[in-house]
Design a protein around this ligand. Structure first.
Ligand code: DAK
Length: 259
């Protein structure tokens, strides 16, 4: 697929997706969503990609779903649009590689929801967050009512969603919406440093951790720890588990192979 609204790049073991419709503040229209979907499929199939960074070009990360495109939707079309977005965001959330959102600017509505589908969020000091949907007469439509409460707690999520207020990066850090705030010109550097600190580890083990954490958030603790025991056991069948433990015992550097 030829990309017009995003840029997909690969550098070593890291892929990056840059939302690139800066004139519309990277608002998510159906075409952009489909390109994100294609990029996720590409990354999922590429065994050389161990981690992903998502960011935006210009002054926005993503200023939301495309209001101009949504304006004339019927109820049936609105549902179809929401199903499309939710399917893609869920695919991103379950992608078997860690995904870092490097939030450079506005992350509103669908943009905040996109960042919530990523594993870890780091923000530029210029970033702004919010779920302003109720001011448009709609609810969040790409998982905001579900993931925001899981990320920052029910009371804080309800305050943000009911008021639609926009908060700055410092406030987002205070409430645990982002892990770190950095100067704008250091954002991608920080995202890459974080990714580098992840990908020195055994990729399959990282993937299993992501699956276990995600599964565990959806079930009771007994089911969760049983799932953890499964993936823990599976790691013992990997070459990288042998390499990691052997290298430790032999006091040498590890050389993981994603096998
Ligand atoms: N959609 C379409 N265009 C947008 C946009 C958006 N969300 N946000 C900004 N733009 C466009 C502006 O119209 C403007 O276009 P031109 O006039 O230049 O043609 C251009 O981007 C630059 O924006 P501004 O001139 O407004 O820039 P400012 O710096 O003055 O203001 C702003 C930046 C982010 C504060 C402002 O643009 C703004 O308030 N934007 C809207 C933010 C917003 O409300 N976002 C939430 C969208 S709702 C669902 C599925 C999904 C969702 C809901 C339901 N179902 C189907 C059920 C999700 C909904 C949302 O995400």
């Amino acid at each position: 697929m030829e990309f017009k609204n995003i840029i997909l790049e690969k550098d070593g073991n890291v892929a990056s997706i840059t939302l690139n419709r800066p004139k519309a503040l990277n608002a998510l229209n159906a075409a952009t969503l489909k390109e994100i979907d294609a990029a996720i499929n590409d990354i999922a199939e590429d065994d050389n990609v161990y981690a992903v960074i998502i960011t935006g070009s210009g002054k926005a990360f993503v200023a939301g779903a495309d209001i101009a495109e949504m304006k004339d939707l019927t109820a049936v079309e609105g549902r179809k649009f929401s199903v499309l977005g939710n399917k893609i965001f869920r695919k991103l959330e379950n992608l078997e590689k860690p995904v870092i959102a490097a939030i450079n600017g506005f992350a509103l509505g669908g943009g905040c929801e996109l960042s919530l589908s990523c594993d870890i969020r780091i923000a530029s000091s210029k970033a702004k967050f919010g779920q302003p949907e109720v001011g448009l007469g709609i609810t969040p439509g790409f998982g905001g009512t579900q993931r925001l409460a899981r990320a920052i707690g029910v009371g804080m999520a309800k305050e943000l969603i009911y008021t639609g207020k926009v908060i700055n990066a410092e406030e987002a850090l205070r409430i645990g919406l982002v892990n770190k705030v950095v100067e704008p010109d250091k954002l991608l550097e920080e995202a890459k440093a974080l990714v580098d600190a992840i990908i020195v580890n055994a990729p399959i083990a990282v993937r299993m951790c992501k699956a276990a954490i995600n599964q565990g958030l959806q079930c009771d603790i007994d089911t969760g720890v049983a799932y953890e025991a499964e993936v823990f056991g599976e790691c013992f069948a990997t070459e990288d588990r042998v390499e990691g433990m052997t290298a430790f015992v032999e006091k040498r550097d590890k050389a993981f192979k994603n096998k």
